[in-house]
Design a binder for this molecule. Sequence first.
Ligand code: 5GP
Ligand code: ZN
Length: 110
Amino acid sequence: MTDCIFCKIANQEIPADLLYQDEHIVAFADIAPKAEKHLLVIPRRHIENLNDLTADDEALMGHLMLRLPEIAAAQKLTGFRTITNTGKEGGQEVFHMHFHILGGSELPGF
Ligand code: 5GP
Ligand code: ZN
């Protein structure tokens, strides 16, 4: 998607502090951190949100999920919170699926 900010970050068309990248996913620091450490993990391919997934995305989602704790560990997070907001009513503001990783100090329970 040409006007998607996260596609542009994944393609390195706009600057972001890329903390992890491979063929399928990219991780970078959130521009407005809501915790001591706040990372975002996205697929390179433009997928709007969880509602946009198909059976073809099973391997990609498994890959992304398995990388989350590795990406967190590389940032020295032993515990962390993972959130993905789906749709406007779910609080989603950027419509390129992303998983928030929040941590760095003990978070309050939900
Ligand atoms: P959402 O509400 O869609 O789940 O979260 C979007 C997140 O993206 C927010 O935490 C926001 O701070 C972050 N964000 C929005 N624009 C940019 C950007 O240009 N660069 C980075 N690194 N993060 C962004
Ligand atoms: Zn996108």
